[in-house]
Design a protein around this ligand. Structure first.
Ligand code: NAD
Length: 484
């Protein structure tokens, strides 16, 4: 049986308390995870602090950048190990993890190392009242010991998205991966040790949220800042923990994202785009589209086309060729998604396709499979339209005017992402300005340039990460004023 240990001060650390790690495809136990208690979290924080005060804190930027490139190269060298680990934990299609999760996981180290190497700081010269001159310049110093609390949907990618810039900026980190997906964070410990990242710079503590590693870590007074991706409700709990000591937070939270398709869109591309945004990763993408609004002249044709696409998605385990839809992450999450499938019926939805669980072969029958599902006919007040489901499902409603589309898209507490499909340049730019989100895609979805800002408006987050924006969170800017 595989054992997932904590990684503290450069060593793998076992604990007496373990919990099971199960495969989403068949619910088989694939490993035991060693849960960190208060003592392990204390040790990780102490190790992270002493690395900051030691070799890591004194290292030149050039050397740090070199080491982070080595981390990326080593992830790529061990690509298959990372891929297998991620597939076992998530059950997602191999093609998806091989093209997105693992390569981007590696890229996150190189991109941010290069940004930190090249980014300038500001400088001003000014005349002083005594007729002299003063020069100001800015210095960036690391935030310190950073807690990185991660979700399960893109485990390596979303974790390195934070660890990459945090380390590039000279911080030390303690990662708390999701209890559902402990593998790749643990494997990264081997990579860090192999390439010579000093002890205590990268630490991993396993466990749950409340009453476990997540809470111990985010409440720890030795942690200088917390970066978190996950549910909005969890963000509220972590923010309360961070209030003690007035510690900064960077939050990437939930969404209830709108997809807006105008009648003048390239129809086939729009259908393909919404198929991805609604169903990719079995709908377990924070940026995914659960509310689709289609302009009335093409509404019926669009619903029919999306139905055909959904029904053509092959459901199955990672390795099977042609699979487009894996399982949900856990039995608990399946129960949540299925409860929304029931609720949609109770709220009066027309089920265009899906709405249940597929029949799977006996070997996979215990897996967390659900059908891709499309609804129409619900009022905007329905809970299925208001609440984040995080499954392979969407509701499609018609609209007539641009103003109506904007009002529908913005009528939500969330503000993460929107995908807009139109061939009219004016419509595209007006929509981009009008939607209340952190990310607006035009004629695309999930297309990312890592130099650009990423994050959510309203209840979808606090702050922006990506490119130089990550530096704003992971460093403290100090102004130095020199009287000449
Ligand atoms: P979650 O909030 O349940 O858990 C995320 C992490 O927080 C886990 O590691 C968990 O153990 C930990 N945690 C839970 N309670 C805690 C507490 N009280 N204190 C400290 N840590 C705690 O989220 P999830 O189910 O893993 O992920 C799905 C959610 O993440 C969805 O809402 C999705 O929209 C969101 N998400 C957002 C983004 C984004 O970029 N905005 C990206 C991916 C996922």
């Amino acid at each position: 049986m595989k054992q997932f240990l904590n990684f503290i001060n450069g060593e793998f650390v076992a604990t007496r308390k373990t919990f099971e790690n199960r495969a989403p495809v068949d619910n088989r136990v694939i490993g035991l995870v060693h849960e960190a208690g208060q003592a392990e979290v204390d040790a990780a924080v102490a190790a992270a602090r002493s690395a900051l005060d030691g070799d890591w804190g004194r290292m030149t930027v050039v050397k740090r950048v070199e080491l982070l490139h080595a981390v990326a190269d080593e992830i790529n060298r061990r690509f298959d190990d990372f891929l297998e680990a991620e597939l076992a934990d998530t059950g997602k299609p191999r093609s998806l993890a091989a093209h997105i999760d693992i390569p981007r996981g590696a890229a996150n180290f190189k991109v941010f190392a290069d940004i930190v190497k090249n980014v300038p700081t500001e400088s001003f010269e000014m005349a002083t009242p005594d007729g002299g001159t003063a020069v100001s310049y800015a210095l960036r110093s690391p935030l310190g010991v950073v807690a990185v609390v991660c979700p399960w949907n893109l485990p390596l990618l979303l974790m390195t998205w934070k660890v990459g810039p945090a380390l590039a900026c000279g911080n030390t980190v303690i990662v708390k991966p999701s209890e559902e997906t402990p593998a790749t964070a643990t494997l990264l410990g081997e990579v860090m040790a192999h390439v010579g990242i000093p002890k205590g710079v990268y630490n991993v503590v396993h466990g749950f949220g409340p009453g476990s590693a997540g809470e111990f870590l985010t409440r720890h007074p030795g942690v200088n800042g917390i970066t978190f991706t996950g549910e909005t409700r969890t963000g509220e709990a972590i923010m309360a923990a961070a209030a003690k000591g007035v510690r900064p937070v960077s939050f990437e939270l939930g969404g209830k994202n709108a997809g807006i398709v105008f009648a003048d869109a390239d129809f086939d591309k729009a259908v393909a785009g919404i198929t991805r945004s609604a169903f990719e990763n079995c709908g377990q993408v924070c940026l995914g589209t659960e509310r689709v609004y289609v302009q009335r002249p093409i509404f019926d044709k669009f619903v029919q086309a999306l139905k055909e696409k959904a029904e053509a998605l092959k459901i199955g385990p990672s390795g099977e060729p042609g699979v487009g839809l894996g399982p949900l992450i856990s039995a608990e999450h399946k129960a949540k998604v299925m409860s929304y499938y029931e609720l949609a019926r109770a709220e009066g939805a027309t089920v265009v396709t899906g709405g249940g669980a597929p029949d799977m072969p006996a070997a996979l029958a215990e897996g967390h499979w659900v059908q891709p599902t499309i609804w129409t006919g619900l009022p905007e007040s329905a809970r299925v339209i208001r609440e984040e489901i995080f499954g392979p499902c969407c509701h499609i409603a018609p609209f007539d005017t641009e103003e109506e589309a904007i009002a529908l898209a913005n009528a939500t507490d969330y503000g993460l992402a929107t995908t807009v499909w139109t061939q009219n340049l004016g419509t595209a730019h007006r929509m981009a300005r009008a939607v209340e989100v952190g990310l607006c895609w035009i004629n695309s979805w999930f297309l990312r340039d890592l130099r650009t800002a990423f994050g959510g408006a309203k209840a979808s987050g606090i702050g922006r990460e990506g490119g130089v924006h990550s530096l704003e969170f992971y460093t403290e800017l100090r102004n130095v004023m020199v009287k000449l």
